[in-house]
Design a protein around this ligand. Sequence first.
Ligand code: MN
Length: 466
Amino acid sequence: MRKLIRGGTVVAGSGILESDILIDGGAIAGIGDFRALRVGAPEADLEIIDAQGCIVVPGGVDAHTHICFPLKGFISNDDYWSGTCSAVAGGTTTIAVFLPPPPSGESLADALHKARESGDAEALADYCFQQTLADASDATLAAIRALVAEGYPGFKVFLGSDTAMSDFNALRIMRTLKDCGGQLLVNGGNPGMERFVTEAFSAEERASLANYGRNRPELIEAEGLSRAAFLARLAGIPIYAVHVSSALALAEIGKARAEGCDITAETCPHYLILSEEKYAAGGAEALKFTLNPPLRSRLNFEPLWKGLADGALDIVASDHCPFNIIGQKDQASSDFMRIPNGLPGIEPRLPLLYSEGVRGHRLSLRRFVEVTSTNPAKYLRLYPRKGEIAIGSDADLVLIDPEAKGLFSRSTLHQRNDYTPYEGIERQGAIRMTLIRGSIVYEAGRGIVGRKGQGRYLPRFPASGR
Ligand code: MN
């Protein structure tokens, strides 16, 4: 059946216009004035969706999420079904899922194919993968080449933390990815600096969450990303910096770019509006905000917002990795280094960016769409199928009601987690409706209306993303 989205303010690549959108066969078939089309007209078979008063944007693309992710002996709460229900209720129609290094005995290909089976069975939103690497053995490098050819181009390395890779191994992976057309994502960090800082805390101090924000100073993040950029220049490959949290790290990215390094920079909503003050009280309240990198001083808010507006930052991703307070985070709170770190955020991402960014006069409407949808789609090699309102693009569309007001609250979210870090924060605007490939999957008042397994796996090839 064809659908007509009538009368919204459409944020298209060609500009912001008052326009109708015609959907046929799951794709966008027309943008313009279709008042002449009526239900019951000769070609009948037309469903009309009234978008009067709404802003119509391309479905959000969340470039960084975790689903059933194992960490420090725990597994993050959302599976492909609950995670993607949460995504679409928040206006996100495509997610990139980060997979952990496979357990010993399992190959990278097996791990990806297994994850794909879960995604195909359960996902409501469209999805693709990024694979984390823990070694640079000859077998791993051969597996990378085969997987890039199969449409899995994205691989992440840690330069710090428990799975830190040596510079030499990171370089071997960079050279392999460069040769076969893959992409490298980097989590900054520095094992020596991290150990030095951690060892300075007594066991007693590690039991107090009031100290949590001091366990990963900005200097470590900035050094890690700076070094990653030098390595990338040596290997001659672009890199993607995940979850940039501080002005100091952003400045290092700026320097590297000025010297010719091609870096795509991602930040997350929590670094834009939550600060290290959340740790001050310690206890269960502070537990809600345990993640890596930790929340920073509020002095970073303005440089990060400015970076998003002026292009120093390209993408806002959720880094959704939800662990419960009760039964998960609280089980490890006697030592902050053992807490499974991560925040839930897949659903509030778009509403928060719209409310705080667009309505807070920090981002234009067009820039909001770029950082939440268009840029991640381009990076993921899914553009213009995703991330754009244009003829031929998938009809992944989100209607935002700009006048609706509310509060973020766990009780309204579709995640499985037992809290949201944004509880009680006021919001201007709300998601009225989400469509994926022309099908309504969420509607305010009705809730989730899609079904398990409706989401599609998206292979990613260099040329077209198809
Ligand atoms: Mn992550």
